[in-house]
Design a protein around this ligand. Structure first.
Ligand code: NAD
Length: 451
């Protein structure tokens, strides 16, 4: 029997879970069971689905501290961030518990003649959800809750590194048999799920997301993919530099930079450069929440990128050292003078690492920020409303945050990136309810009418 295992990144000798995997055949069988359960889940009605999601919220809330400890242990999430994630998971479930009662369509006048024209949103069937490890509770739930609310059943394939969190979540959600199934595994199970589900939602790295989108499009099933970000922060000279540095330190190094919305490029405009560099070096050196990165390979990739940038002429302003302790820790790092064409300027490294770049003016800063096609979230730090409005308009990013860290998401608003960071519909809020349904147009005419 094949299994998948996850280990504590702060203590790699600590095996968190070893779970059997389904393989491709087992995955297809799970999808068939979910498909068989779906008509009953719809027929149970809006009140039953709403109540089930409400009970799930209460169960997660009741076990909040247990889930916080599990997320800390399995994916290295700092306590405060894990508490925030669990609270958000509860809020998402409560929010979508109301969704089954929302209007499911509209009534229109026919262009001519009698009768009613209706639109009605119907579930797709089985939602195949593929998730990363960095938000092991909130991301599975922000996909599953709208899918379930609208009458789909769900098969979730979590990241191997977050298997225990997903299995515990399934126990706590306690939904009817085959309505919500967690299938531990990796690429084999993920690809099999994509080959069989009726709607696919993916969050993870860019390369895997592209293959999931291609496979789903070939089958003609709706697909959305949220992928990696190379996110920029623009700091203007009149900004509150100390506050900007604090926000940036959080966005660069919070949860060791392992958020798709983390900042990895800091663009300082004109006279902001010198004071920001000084303040940011201090703020990063003081980051108390230093969590490990997820694996030895992730840390090697970060250390390698820092080394090659320095070899190419960059200056390491702070951090980048590997402390003498167990676990996959690396100090939050800031570089300047990174040579043009270096991967640090173009690729996601998913760690506590950023590059500082100068720009002569706002136009150059926006051009630099928009030079990456992987932009999920951008931040702008300014006291000038005109600059804020111009930047919000011209930055190519799914989210623009003014005087706030680039990382940070409100669970009820559309979420997604621009360019290669995102494919398909937005997640969260009303956008998610639309994604997990398709609209049907119904013509209702009196019997014996002429049309
Ligand atoms: P990953 O791409 O390695 O894995 C994501 C998921 O895809 C996992 O469940 C994995 O098992 C599965 N998978 C792997 N190969 C597959 C295949 N061939 N077919 C189908 N599924 C397959 O990503 P990860 O390392 O788990 O997560 C980190 C990445 O996620 C980062 O790039 C980060 O930016 C991104 N992320 C994006 C967002 C967002 O909303 N944009 C949010 C969180 C994380």
């Amino acid at each position: 029997m094949s299994t998948t295992s996850s280990y504590n990144p702060a203590d790699p000798t600590d095996l968190v879970v070893e779970a059997p995997t389904a393989g491709a055949f087992g995955t297809l069988a799970a999808v068939e069971r979910a498909r068989a359960a779906q008509p009953g889940w719809v027929a149970a009605g809006a009140a039953a689905r709403s109540a089930a999601l409400g009970r799930a919220a209460a169960a997660v809330e009741e076990h909040a501290e247990e889930l916080v400890a599990l997320a800390e242990r399995e994916v290295g999430k700092p306590t405060a961030e894990a508490r925030g994630e669990v609270a958000r998971t509860v809020a998402i479930l409560r929010y979508y518990a109301q969704a089954p009662y929302a209007p499911a369509g509209a009534v229109h006048e026919p262009a001519a003649g009698e009768g009613l024209l209706l639109t009605r949103r119907r579930p797709h069937g089985v939602a195949g959800l593929i998730t990363p490890w960095n938000f092991p509770l909130a991301i599975p739930v922000w996909k599953a809750a709208p899918a379930l609310a609208m009458g789909n059943t769900v098969v979730l394939k979590p990241a191997p590194e977050a298997t225990a969190c997903a299995l515990r979540l399934a126990e706590l959600l306690a939904l009817p048999q085959d309505v919500f199934t967690v299938l531990p595994g990796g690429a084999e199970e993920g690809a099999a799920l994509v080959s069989a589900a009726d709607v696919v939602s993916f969050t993870g790295s860019t390369a895997t997301g592209a293959s999931v989108v291609r496979a789903s499009a070939e089958r003609g099933v709706p697909v959305q993919a949220e992928m990696g970000g190379v996110n920029a922060a623009v700091v203007l000279p009149e900004a509150d530099i100390e506050q900007a540095a604090a926000h940036l330190a959080y966005a660069i190094a919070g949860y060791a930079g392992q958020k798709c919305t983390a900042t990895s490029r800091v663009i300082a405009v004109g006279a902001a450069y010198e004071p920001l560099r000084e303040a940011l070096v201090k703020a990063l050196a003081a980051v108390a929440d230093s969590s490990p990165v997820i694996s030895a390979a992730a840390r090697e990739r970060l250390a390698g990128a820092i080394g090659s940038a320095v070899d190419g002429g960059a200056t390491l302003l702070t951090g980048g050292r590997i402390p003498q302790r167990d676990g996959w820790f690396i100090e939050p790092a800031l570089l300047e003078g990174v040579p043009a064409g270096h991967p640090l300027l173009a690729e996601e490294f998913f760690g506590p690492l950023a590059v500082l770049l100068p720009a002569a003016d706002l136009d150059e800063a926006i051009a630099l920020a928009n030079s990456s096609r992987h932009s999920l979230s951008a931040s702008v730090h300014t006291r000038d409303l005109d600059v804020a409005l111009a930047a919000a308009d011209r930055l190519a990013a799914g989210m623009v945050r003014i005087n706030a860290p680039s990382s940070g998401v409100d669970f009820h608003l559309p979420f997604g990136g621009s360019g290669a960071a995102s494919y398909g519909a937005r997640e969260q809020g009303q956008a998610a309810l639309d994604f997990y349904t398709s609209s049907r147009t119904i013509s209702l005419l009196p019997a014996g009418s002429g049309r």
